[in-house]
Design a protein around this ligand. Structure first.
Ligand code: DOR
Ligand code: ZN
Length: 429
């Protein structure tokens, strides 16, 4: 449970450790916030300033999610820009890049501008990823250059892979000088077929159609070859297999400027959650075996995978209550992201700074974003984390309009205590 409100006019954050991912340095110091900006704490009026006791906490740059689905326009019953940004703020995120698989898809400069206008003044900064193809039909390239000029920060038909390799090759050639990544949903549709979970001994036992690791591996390999051939910028989303991690590692080793992300659910959960025929665990790409999960974690530890992205994918209760074959793919992920990621990566030996980097400097580098320096004069873009707090993720923690999460009821170590932006703040109560 927490509260969301306007940022207090004056706020003193005391007793915390400050970690600035832009410099990689930590310091122990109080932080002042006044009128949405960081200030010298000495300049606050003690009788006016609200105090946030950050003892035992790490104060750092707000998280950046480069892969979320906010469903506006078209499916505002699942999520809107407003509710999605509230979910983001509760999860410690201060910036979110939204995917264009809305209804209609964001595939034009007008669409990009309309979303950016609607997102003005929201508690988090929303940036837009434009569709690669018109209508996300995978047939004809959209107006990539014009969308970039309108503010698109990347291109993706996410949800739908680009089946036609020639088309993706052209997208990479056209966007080469735009300096933004092309993000292709990495699943070969023919190999994926009608798979609803990872193809494994478990899928056979459950009698559910499987989606093999080769569906991801084949698509990632094709996209890496096309990036190498064109010199274009490919970013691999939601990597879920040992095969995929090994290929990205190999191509990075050859000097290719490719980047990759992993989701909290692929690094922290496995196909075991499908045992109870739980549709909340149905996601694309699917949750895999423990072996694959460990390969994703290893990829994060050795830098093969550049960042964490949530793939927050809200769906209605009615849709998710259908049977396993019919229920849509996807789970919400913003509010539980830090808990699941921190619990998992700390157990794997990563320190808090490394974990924060994967949620801040990592995604910023993938997209070419600047981080906000944590010093007086900067706009407030902060998250306060309590790494040692154990908590159970419940419905009360959800701000999204949807609640399709298999993480409900799970206990995590590491919690978001507060998130601050010039347009709002979230405080855990
Ligand atoms: O599980 C998923 N859901 N994977 C995707 O790539 C798309 C997403 C959605 O939009 O629901
Ligand atoms: Zn996707």
């Amino acid at each position: 449970m927490g509260q969301q409100a306007a940022l207090p006019k004056e706020l003193l954050i005391t007793g915390g450790k400050i970690y600035d991912p832009a410099t990689g340095k930590s310091r122990r110091e109080d932080l002042g916030v006044k009128d949405g900006r960081l200030v010298d704490p000495a300049s606050l009026r003690p009788e006016k300033a609200q105090v946030l006791d950050a003892t035992g906490c790490v104060v750092t740059h707000g998280f950046i999610d480069i892969h979320a689905h906010f469903r506006e326009p078209g499916r505002e019953d699942k999520e809107t820009l407003v509710t999605g940004s509230q979910a983001a703020l509760a999860g410690g995120f201060t910036r979110v890049c939204v995917m264009p698989n809305t209804d209609p898809p964001i595939d034009s400069p007008e669409g990009v501008r309309a979303t950016l206008e609607r997102a003005e003044g929201l508690p988090v900064r929303v940036q837009v990823i434009g569709a690669i193809t018109k209508g996300q039909r995978g047939e004809e390239l959209a107006e990539l250059r014009e969308m970039r000029a309108a503010g698109a920060v990347a291109f993706s038909d996410d949800g739908q892979p680009i089946r036609d390799g020639q088309l993706l090759k052209r997208a990479l050639q056209y966007t080469k000088d735009l300096g933004v990544p092309v993000i292709n949903h990495a699943e070969d549709v023919h190999l994926r077929a009608d798979g609803v979970m990872n193809e494994s001994a478990l899928s056979t036992r459950l009698g559910l159609p499987g989606n093999p690791v080769e569906a991801e591996g084949a698509m990632i390999y094709r996209d890496l070859l096309l990036a190498q051939d064109t010199g274009g910028r490919v970013h691999i989303p939601h990597i879920s297999t040992a095969l995929g991690v090994a290929q990205v590692r190999a191509f990075k080793g050859l000097g290719l400027a490719v980047t990759a992300e992993a989701t909290p659910h692929h690094l922290g959960l496995t196909e075991e959650l499908m045992r109870g025929f739980n549709t909340q665990a149905k996601v694309a790409p699917p949750l895999r075996t423990e072996e694959n999960r460990q390969a994703v974690v290893a990829g994060l530890l050795d830098g093969t995978i550049d960042c964490i992205a949530t793939d927050h994918a809200p769906h209605t209760v009615e849709e998710k209550e259908q049977d396993m074959l019919r229920a849509p793919f996807g789970m919400i992920g913003l509010e539980s992201a830090f808990g699941l990621v921190h619990t998992t990566l700390r157990a794997a030996g990563m320190d808090i700074e490394g974990i924060i980097n994967l949620l801040t400097a990592g995604p910023a580098a993938v997209m070419g974003f600047d981080l906000t320096p944590l010093k007086p004069g900067s706009p407030a873009e902060l998250v306060v984390l309590r790494p040692d707090e154990e908590w159970t993720f419940t419905r009360e923690d959800i701000y999204s309009r949807s609640r399709n999460s298999p993480m409900l009821g799970m206990t995590f170590t590491g919690r978001v205590v507060a998130t601050l932006t010039p347009n709002g703040w979230f405080i855990q109560s």
